[in-house]
Design a protein. Structure first.
Length: 138
C-alpha cells in the first residue's frame, strides 16, 4: 500500500491537463478546505474530487471487496466513504459546489473517455449546477 499515491494520480493528471487545455485554472489539494479537494476553482467556488473506485467503495464493475483481510478492508473503505460524506457536507455548508469524478468514468469497460468527462466538468463549471457525479456507463 505504500506505493499507492494519494494525490497526483494518473486519473488526476489526465483531468487536470484536459481542463487546463480548456482554459480552466485551479489550485491543487487546498489544505484549508475539507478533504483537500484534488482541484479547487476559486473563481467558480467549485471543487473536484477524482476518486478511485476501489479506495472510495464505488458501486461499479471496478470495485470488488478483497477476499483477504476482509475486516481490515471493510473498515478502511467504509471509513473513507464516511469521511467523503462529511467532507462534502462541510464544503456545501461553506457554499462550495462539489463535482465527483469516479475512476470508472475514465477507465474500465464502461468508461466515458477523458474528452467526455472533461466536457461535462467544463459544462458544470461554466453553468453552475450545484453538485454532480460523473461515473462510467452502466
Amino acid at each position: 500500500m505504500s506505493n499507492v499515491k494519494g494525490k497526483n494520480t494518473g486519473l488526476e493528471l489526465l483531468i487536470r491537463k484536459a481542463l487546463f487545455a480548456k482554459g480552466f485554472r485551479y489550485k491543487l489539494h487546498d489544505k484549508s478546505l475539507p478533504g483537500k479537494p484534488d482541484l479547487v476553482f476559486p473563481k467558480y467556488n467549485a471543487v473536484i474530487f477524482i476518486h478511485g473506485c476501489f479506495w472510495h467503495g464505488h458501486d461499479c464493475h471496478l470495485f470488488k471487496w478483497p477476499s483477504t483481510r476482509q475486516d481490515f478492508w471493510k473498515n478502511k473503505i467504509n471509513r473513507n466513504m464516511d469521511v467523503d460524506v462529511r467532507n462534502y457536507r462541510q464544503l456545501k455548508d461553506k457554499g462550495w459546489w462539489v463535482l465527483t469524478i469516479w475512476g470508472c468514468a475514465i477507465k474500465g469497460k464502461y468508461n466515458l473517455g477523458v474528452q467526455e468527462v472533461t466536457d461535462r466538468a467544463a459544462y458544470w463549471l461554466k453553468y453552475g449546477m450545484r453538485d454532480v457525479v460523473i461515473k462510467g456507463r452502466e
